[in-house]
Ligand binder design. Structure first.
Ligand code: ZN
Length: 462
């Protein structure tokens, strides 16, 4: 049993966020067993095998990084001056094609350690690399580090790297049975789940989109797709079928509460209404959108319509880090800058994106119907014990008048102190517990340099 005491308990749902006095959380097994304001009762202190003094720390539900590509961890800083489609075609796709499964495993491990250090307990990994070994490498890395992973199996059936529909379905079924299916021998349903990951509307045929979404829905799995990221992507779909991205999804009956829309930068008001009616979740990736000069997603309008908005770093190829707290600050500033409204997005909105709304991405529709207790993203008795402790006792954050403001505008991933996933301490006062981090960094340096030589990538923008 773990007792966390004297911390500022921060939940997005609490309207008095920022004024909360200190409190305690008790973790027993993989669950939150008790929570309260003030000092912990003696009974808990006596029974606790471990007591964490969280004085001057914020205690949050574990952060959810709503969208990333861990294979890009080896590709940071290679294309600082390219817009989206050139960035993909000239750097990201050729470099990823040169990656071996072992490169993929190491890149995923490194990216997950960075996510963990930045407070993420759950990561949504969108993965598009050919070959079985690559996909399984990402899942193996998540199992090693202990962070929860929603693994969206990337697919395209149009263009030079398109796969036949039957191949995509067979591979998704294999992944589902290997990593997700509760009957599987090696499955850990609590830590790895599978999703359908169509890359973007312009790379997917109508028939494949319908068929694969139906396959996912039959198993309660979500669909995680990039949409409306850059204007030229919209033009591609308008030329192909006369429809914008959200219209296309809605007309195919592929827009619902199980749809996760990444980016949604170039969406009309009518499309926002469609998203709101469908119950889909948007994943806001402000840093990546600014990096690739894609634009600013209309987040204020989304929140006004009641659309759940999660937050994602996107891959390190377009960020170039995995720091979700940095993303939160950038997300707030971008929304203010784009709208000219100082209240476009409040700190509380960003905290909700990183916790409560992010947790929607993890939810499995079928399990939710069976009322299986698998809630994350909340500080409640009975919820899974995924917790992020952030140290605010430093010169950049003090004095703290509002915990929400300090978290969004002052704190960064470097301030994350301790991370617990399902009752396991994965980051313990700044130390990664599940692997030798120094050895991993050394291994990754060698592997990434060898990859650059094989892919013949020498200069960032040559
Ligand atoms: Zn992405």
């Amino acid at each position: 049993m773990i007792l966390i005491e004297h911390g500022a308990l921060v939940t997005a749902m609490d309207e008095r966020l920022g004024e909360l006095a200190s409190g305690y959380v008790v973790v027993e097994g993989d669950r939150i067993a008790a929570i309260g304001a003030g000092d912990a009762p003696d009974e808990w202190r006596q029974r606790a095998a471990r007591v964490i003094d969280a004085r001057h720390m914020a205690v949050l539900p574990g952060l959810v990084n709503g969208h990333t590509h861990l294979s890009q961890t080896f590709l940071r800083g290679l294309a600082d001056g390219r817009p989206l489609i050139r960035w993909l075609k000239e750097v990201i796709w050729p470099a990823q094609a040169a990656m071996t499964p072992e490169d993929q495993y190491l890149a995923a491990l490194l990216g997950l350690v960075e996510n963990l250090r930045c407070g993420a307990t759950t990561v949504v990994q969108h993965h598009k690399l050919s070959g079985r070994g690559h996909m399984d490498a990402a899942a193996r890395a998540a199992a090693r580090v202990g962070v929860r992973m929603l693994l969206a199996r990337g697919w395209v059936d149009l263009g030079p790297t398109g796969e036949p529909l039957d191949t995509i379905l067979a591979e998704m079924q294999r992944l589902y049975e290997t990593w997700h299916n509760p009957q599987s021998a090696i499955c850990n349903l609590q830590s790895i789940r599978i999703a359908s990951g169509p890359l973007a509307p312009w790379r997917c045929s109508d028939a494949a989109m319908r068929r694969i979404t139906a396959w996912a829905r039959a198993r309660g799995l979500p669909t995680h797709i990039h949409v409306a990221e850059a204007q030229d992507e919209i033009d591609l779909m308008l030329t192909r079928c006369g429809k914008r991205h959200i219209e296309w999804l809605a007309d195919l009956d592929c827009l619902g509460p199980d749809t996760q829309l990444v980016h949604a930068v170039h969406v009309t008001d009518a499309e926002l209404d469609l998203i709101a009616q469908s119950g889909a979740t948007v994943v806001y990736c402000p840093t990546s959108n600014m990096y690739l000069a894609s634009g600013a997603a209309p987040v204020r309008k989304m929140l006004e319509r009641g659309i759940p908005v999660a937050l994602g770093t996107d891959g390190s190829g377009s960020n170039n880090s995995q720091d979700l707290l940095e993303c939160a600050k950038i997300g707030a500033l971008l929304a203010k800058h784009a709208t000219g409204d100082a209240q476009a997005v409040l700190p509380e909105d960003l905290i909700r994106m990183m916790t409560e709304s992010g947790a929607r991405l993890w939810a499995n529709q079928k399990l939710a119907k069976r009322k299986t207790q698998d809630a994350i993203g909340t500080l409640k008795i009975g919820a899974l014990a995924d917790l992020t402790l952030i140290n605010l006792n430093n010169a950049r954050c003090q004095p703290v008048h509002s915990a929400a403001s300090a978290l969004v505008y002052n704190a960064s991933g470097a301030d994350v102190h301790t991370v617990i996933v399902g009752g396991e301490i994965l980051l313990d006062a700044g130390r990664v517990t599940m692997l030798d981090e120094a050895a991993l960094l050394e291994e990754c340096r060698h592997a990434a340099n060898a990859l650059m030589r094989r892919a013949e990538i020498r200069f960032p923008d040559s």
